[in-house]
Design a protein around this ligand. Structure first.
Ligand code: SAM
Length: 320
């Protein structure tokens, strides 16, 4: 398989090949630092406990903790999926690049938190365009960020306000709605789906991002309550072509041994008419994994590891 962006073409602002070090896009770093200062979160950011990373939640306190301590790791994980500098994720990087290369794209990030995954993908595309690795074709994004925490939605909105001019300089135009969503509530899910589908016909490509949801679904044992809503999201976003989802998790047992096998089983038994897991071989589906280190954007010299497990999902309908 030919890589659209082989690692030698990744600019040094995003990937230091010699030290195998990922760097968040300068625009994300600048905006993140600005908001950490604006909301007086430096102390919280500097008191991380790597053994017990925050997973967010409804309150301002939980949201602040997650934003100050995990936004950068979530961004790095999405960036790793897009750039795949070690070439370990088969076609995923190519698929994301193709879908975000230009034209009109509907992007749903659910749960979005402060938008780390979606914003990281867009800021990376902008940085690749700035460095003339990708062409600057107009890219119109209709982004729906779905999230239960109101303070997290506010952070996402604040980030977009700061990021927007930098994206627009690279011909990336984002219209975004950040809306309340409870994955365990069928009506809340209906509202989200209506919000997306009212506009989706104007957009010829669709990308659904589900990132870092294992804490809620597995650790808090909410998978059963969420199952029907996740199925509905997949079904309503499915199409006859140009619709994909990426499910991004840290490479940990809860994701690789529990959450992802559950999805594979669901697809095999019930969802195969609108979900296809892209397989490298005819063997059983497996998540793809990669890892590296990334430079922490809130410190000058520190780095941390980022471990990614991902499944690429085509939301393509079949007749069977
Ligand atoms: C670990 S964070 C991931 C957020 C984001 N995807 C990221 O990568 O930064 C999990 C998110 O799930 C949200 N969440 C918790 N319960 C939820 C629910 N019932 N419905 C929707 N989202 C929920 C939390 O508020 C939190 O923002």
């Amino acid at each position: 398989m030919k890589r659209l962006i082989p690692s030698r073409l990744i600019p040094i602002s995003l990937w230091d090949d010699k030290n195998m070090l990922l760097k968040l896009p300068p625009d994300i770093v600048e905006v993140y630092q600005m908001l950490i200062s604006r909301y007086d979160l430096w102390q919280l950011a500097n008191s991380r406990n790597p053994k017990n990373p925050p997973t967010g939640g409804l309150t301002q306190e939980k949201t602040d903790e997650h934003f100050a301590q995990a936004f950068d790791g979530s961004s790095a994980r999405a960036q790793l999926a897009l750039l795949d500098p070690k070439n370990e994720l088969a076609e995923i990087s190519n698929d994301i690049i193709v879908i975000l290369s230009g034209n009109k794209v509907s992007v749903t990030d659910a749960p979005c938190g402060a938008g780390a995954a979606a914003f990281a993908l867009l800021a990376n595309i902008a940085e690749l365009r700035r460095n003339e690795v990708l062409p600057r074709m107009p890219l119109d994004i209709f982004m729906v960020g779905a999230e239960i925490s109101e303070p997290a939605r506010k952070y996402a909105q604040d980030i977009l306000v700061e990021l927007r001019p930098k994206l627009e300089a690279q011909a990336i135009f984002v219209e975004a709605i950040f809306r309340e969503w409870d994955v365990t509530c069928s009506l809340s899910n209906t509202d989200l789906i209506q919000c997306i589908t009212q506009r989706v016909m104007d957009y010829n490509k669709r990308l659904l991002i589900i990132a870092n949801f294992n804490g809620f679904l597995e650790k808090e044992r909410k998978r059963k309550d969420a199952e029907r809503q996740i199925e509905e999201l997949f079904r309503h976003l499915s199409s006859t072509d140009n619709s994909m989802a990426i499910w991004i998790e840290p490479n940990m047992n809860r994701a690789t041994e529990s959450l992802f096998p559950w999805i594979f089983k669901k697809v095999k038994e019930f969802w195969s008419r609108f979900v296809i897991i892209k397989l490298e071989s005819k063997l059983e589906p497996m998540p793809l994994n990669t890892s590296t280190e990334f430079r922490l954007p809130l410190s000058d010299s520190n780095k941390s590891s980022v471990r990614l497990s991902i499944i690429p999902i085509n939301l393509i309908r079949s007749r069977k």
